[in-house]
Design a protein. Sequence first.
Length: 193
Amino acid sequence: MSRIGKKPVEIPKGVKVEQKGRLVKVTGPLGTLEMDCHPNITVTVDDSASRIDVVNPKPDDRKGKQLHGTMRALLANMVAGVSKGFERRMEIYGTGYSIKDQGGKLVLQIGFCHPVELAIPKGISVKIDVAATRGNDIPAKFSLSGMDKCVLGQFAANIRRVRPPEPYKGKGIRYADEHVQRKMGKAFASGGA
């Protein structure tokens, strides 16, 4: 039995959870999210105790064991998303690199011969703190925010995938809390043989 799956999901004030069959709809101050739960997992909404219980009816079933904690985590993320929202902070290192928000698209100038344009998904907002890098030490900074954690995380991963940080000078796009393992460059021996 999953330790995470056993914990009930607490419903905060201002959040309304509705269940119709397998469909769970969560409404809060930031918007509405809905999810179709897996048939192997039983989800019950207890309005009097203001919590959601996730139960695996067949504890011996392998698929049910795998999905128990996952379904509970997805429901908890939905409740947290509509009440508080999620944020992902990112940085761009490299001389001359820049970022701008241009009519629903994120335009990245990151060392290619052309700008890279990424469409911003619905429900995600981009806040640019520092638009361009200054040298290799002062990065461009921006943050992504939204209520759907899955969409937010996937968009952040797509941005990072355009130019992942390289290990020698650290240039590229990275998460703000990410540590890049640095490598030493080639050391040439001086003197004759």
